[in-house]
Ligand binder design. Structure first.
Ligand code: HEM
Length: 137
C-alpha cells in the first residue's frame, strides 16, 4: 500500500500573518473618510505585518525564507509559460510565479501604506509623519 507522507509547508506564523493581512487589507479597503481612524489602524496593522514578513523571510522555516523561493523574473516568466502549456514543474511552497507575486504584493502594499501615511499627515496632520509633511494646521 502506498504511504502518504505529510509535509508541513506553511508554519503557524505565516498562516497568522496571511489571514491578518487579508483582514487588515479589507478593513482598510472598505473604510475611508468616515471611518478614517479605523482605516489608519488597519493600515498600521498591514505595515506591522509587512515588517514581520520581511524579518520572517530570513528567520522563518525553510519554505518561509526568501532564499528558498526568490528567483529571477525570467524564471517566473518561464514557469508561467510552462503552466499555461500544462507542463510546469511542481514545487513545495512558492513556485516561481508565486515568488513574483510575493515581491509585487510586498512592494505594492508598502507603497499603499506609505502613501496613506503621507496623505494622513498632509490632510489631517495625524499619524507618525504629522509635522514632517506640510499638513493643515
Ligand atoms: C493596505 C493598507 C491601505 C489600503 C488598502 C488603503 C486604501 C485606501 C483607499 C482605497 C483610499 C481611497 C482613495 C481614493 O478615494 O482615491 C484611501 C484613502 C486614504 N487612506 Fe488609505 N489605505 C491603506 C493604508 C492607509 C494608512 C496606513 C493610512 C494612514 C495612517 C491611510 C490613510 C488614508 C487617508 C488619509 C486617505 C484619504 C481619505 C480621504 O480623505 O478621502 N491609508 N486608502
Amino acid at each position: 500500500m502506498e504511504s502518504t507522507k505529510l509535509i508541513k509547508v506553511w508554519d503557524l506564523p505565516v498562516r497568522i500573518f496571511h489571514w491578518l493581512l487579508v483582514a487588515g487589507f479589507f478593513v482598510a479597503y472598505l473604510t475611508e473618510e468616515e471611518l478614517l481612524t479605523i482605516h489608519a489602524w488597519a493600515g498600521y496593522l498591514v505595515l506591522g505585518l509587512l515588517i514581520f514578513r520581511l524579518l520572517w523571510g530570513f528567520v522563518g522555516n525553510d519554505y518561509a525564507r526568501f532564499a528558498s523561493f526568490l528567483c529571477s523574473p525570467a524564471k517566473s516568466y518561464a514557469y508561467l509559460k510552462d503552466a499555461i502549456a500544462l507542463k510546469s514543474k511542481r514545487y513545495l511552497g512558492h513556485n516561481p510565479a508565486g515568488a513574483a507575486m510575493i515581491v509585487l504584493l510586498i512592494i505594492s502594499l508598502f507603497m499603499t501604506v506609505i502613501s496613506g501615511l503621507v496623505v494622513y499627515a498632509a490632510d489631517q496632520n495625524l499619524g507618525p509623519l504629522a509635522g514632517m509633511i506640510g499638513g493643515q494646521q
